[in-house]
Design a protein around this ligand. Structure first.
Ligand SMILES: Cc1ncc(C[n+]2csc(CCOP(=O)(O)OP(=O)(O)O)c2C)c(N)n1
Ligand SMILES: [Mg+2]
Length: 340
């Protein structure tokens, strides 16, 4: 379903989704091609771009966003600079958190992404605090907190849902249900319907196809409006189509770099990944839909992708050539104040 907006705005959604894909393809290659460049583990957002971009398109710049261990895509979707995101992922001084956050904690206060917690469920409480502040200060800002289905077995999620409902906070709980925990199929839940939990707390819930950017945008536009009008909180379950590259211990480009032409002919995709690219990839589906619509065509989409690829390549180069923070600056920003 094409989102109800101008053609330029529709193309801008595709541009953002492609930017997340292209930037994260670089992240996987950072890991594969440069040993030790990414310190520790990392997670990527490939396959869930339609959700992040659809949600952020419905937000105003002053709205708050909280994220998880899969934050890279959310930051770019809210308008983040891919160069600064990639630089942060590899701990460079030019990154959003001056290299102190790394892949798990990319935050961008200037975009109202105040803090990112990779503690599963942790952001739900932080987001409730931001929403409470907005309510008390009467700023009219809406807060959206992204989390995975795994966060629903953390106690803090229940407390956040409960308090948000009791206090009528301007907060949207956005669960990205990929039916996995960090790639592993093991729900750990005694319910098959995770949305029954917020329903039990009288929080209104809506399910969307997380691979359909138009649908996500349409639903969020309405919920954001209602949240601003004081009707919150709300809970959204975005059902995603898990990307097969996330199935192993580390993300892997199981089909190589995405070729935009697979939108029209997925036959060159390696067999084991072909069903996902043919049916599950929200980017290719949206590209197809746009190209089929009046006043647009395949060439426009292919050119847009080429442009995005060049920008993402430049962003990766920027990150790779940026310096690490100086060792003597290790303690800078570690303390908010010394109490004097
Ligand atoms: C409290 C806590 N326990 C365990 C972990 C280790 N861990 C990192 S990601 C993850 C699974 C998260 O699953 P989900 O929330 O569904 O997100 P997904 O990776 O599927 O997007 C776990 C258990 C953690 N970061 N925090
Ligand atoms: Mg999950």
């Amino acid at each position: 379903m094409l989102p109800d907006m101008s053609r330029d705005q529709q193309l801008d959604l595709l541009r953002k989704m492609l930017m997340i894909r292209r930037a994260e393809e670089h992240v996987v290659r950072f890991n594969e091609e440069h040993e030790g460049l990414i310190r520790g583990h990392f997670h990527i957002y490939i396959g869930q771009e339609a959700t992040g971009v659809g949600v952020c398109a419905a937000l105003a710049p002053e709205d708050y966003l909280f994220s998880t261990h899969r934050n890279h895509g959310h930051v770019i979707a809210k308008g983040g600079d891919p160069g600064k995101v990639l630089a942060e992922i590899i701990g460079r001084e030019t990154g959003y958190c001056l290299g102190r956050g790394g892949t798990f904690h990319v935050a961008a206060p200037d975009l109202n992404i105040l803090h990112t917690s990779a503690i599963v469920g942790g952001s739900t409480a932080l987001a409730s605090g931001a929403a409470l502040a907005a309510q008390l200060l009467e700023t009219n800002a809406v807060t959206v907190v992204f989390f995975g289905d795994g966060a629903m077995d953390e106690g803090v999620s229940y407390e956040s849902l409960n308090m948000a409902k009791l206090w009528g906070l301007p907060l949207i709980f956005l669960m990205e249900n990929n039916y996995r925990k960090a790639g592993r199929v093991n729900s750990g839940h005694s319910t098959d319907d995770l949305a029954s939990i917020p329903r039990a707390l009288n929080v209104e819930t809506t399910a969307v196809d997380g691979g359909d950017v138009g649908q996500v945008y349409g639903v969020l536009l309405d919920l954001v409006r209602r949240t601003r009008a004081g009707e919150g909180p709300f809970f959204v379950e975005a059902r995603t189509h898990p990307w097969p590259g996330n199935d192993g211990d580390h993300p892997e480009l199981v089909a190589g770099l995405t070729d935009i032409n697979w939108a029209w002919d997925p036959s060159p995709v390696p067999e084991k990944a072909r069903p996902w690219y043919a049916e599950g990839d929200g980017i290719l589906a949206y590209a197809r839909e746009l190209a089929d619509s009046e006043g647009c065509d395949r060439d426009t989409i292919v050119r847009l992708d080429e442009e995005v690829r060049r920008e993402a390549d430049a962003a990766a180069q920027f990150a790779l050539t940026s310096p690490l923070p100086a060792p003597e600056a290790a303690l800078d920003y570690a303390y908010a104040g010394r109490g004097d």
